[in-house]
Write a protein that binds this ligand. Structure first.
Ligand SMILES: [Zn+2]
Length: 206
């Protein structure tokens, strides 16, 4: 792609680094910004810089947060003895949207995947195990996607906490194998949390 302006070229190149944005789309967005009042570009870039610089991760559940504890962990009306284990913050958002879950979360930051070079130590697993061992947890619900990596991760965590006197459950598989939680509709996802099943029963059936 030939550009008559280095400034445009630079903006297009940066924009096209984003997933799903090719050079043509990037050019369209850049030209769109040029047609808008300057302020809009300033607001956009300020919002991005502030988001990147000031974002924090909750010290307890690893959810994205504006303060040391996320809003969910800081909320005393939530059941802090009930922890839903998810892969990433998109799952927190999806489950929150169902309005069916009143516990708190634990965000792993991914799932164990040897092919992608992701081992247990790269995920927020230790802090979860410690939380369980501290005796403040009554129930853990695994809400990872039902892929091989999701199952491996569930089982890895399960082995470390199986000795604890807590209920370990998994979301009901209204969500079919291989589905990502994010794409489940709210009713299905909400129901699959309410109708969760004991974890051991889940893997013995497999
Ligand atoms: Zn939190």
């Amino acid at each position: 792609m030939e550009f008559s302006s280095k400034l445009i070229e630079k903006a297009v190149n940066e924009m096209s680094q984003l997933p799903g944005i090719g050079k043509r789309t990037a050019l369209r967005l850049v030209l769109h910004l040029l047609k808008q009042p300057k302020d809009q570009t300033v607001f956009l870039s300020q919002a991005l810089v502030a988001m990147r610089q000031d974002i924090k991760y909750c010290g307890s559940c690893h959810n994205i947060s504006d303060s040391i504890l996320c809003e969910i962990c800081a909320n005393n009306n939530r059941n802090h003895q009930l922890i839903c284990v998810v892969e990433d913050i998109r799952d927190v958002m999806a489950i929150e949207n169902t309005g069916q879950f009143r516990g708190i979360y634990h965000v792993l930051g991914g799932k164990i995947s040897p092919i992608d070079g992701v081992g247990p130590s790269q995920l927020n697993i230790n802090s979860l195990v410690e939380k369980v061992k501290s005796g403040t947890v009554q129930e853990i619900i695994f809400a990872l996607s039902s892929t091989m990596e999701g199952d491996t991760t569930n089982f890895y965590i399960y082995k470390q906490i199986a000795e604890s006197e807590i209920i370990i459950s998994t979301i009901a598989r209204g969500i079919s194998v291989g589905d990502e939680l994010e794409y489940a509709d709210e009713v299905t996802l909400g129901r699959s949390i309410l109708q969760r099943i004991p974890f051991e029963k889940g893997f013995k059936n497999n």
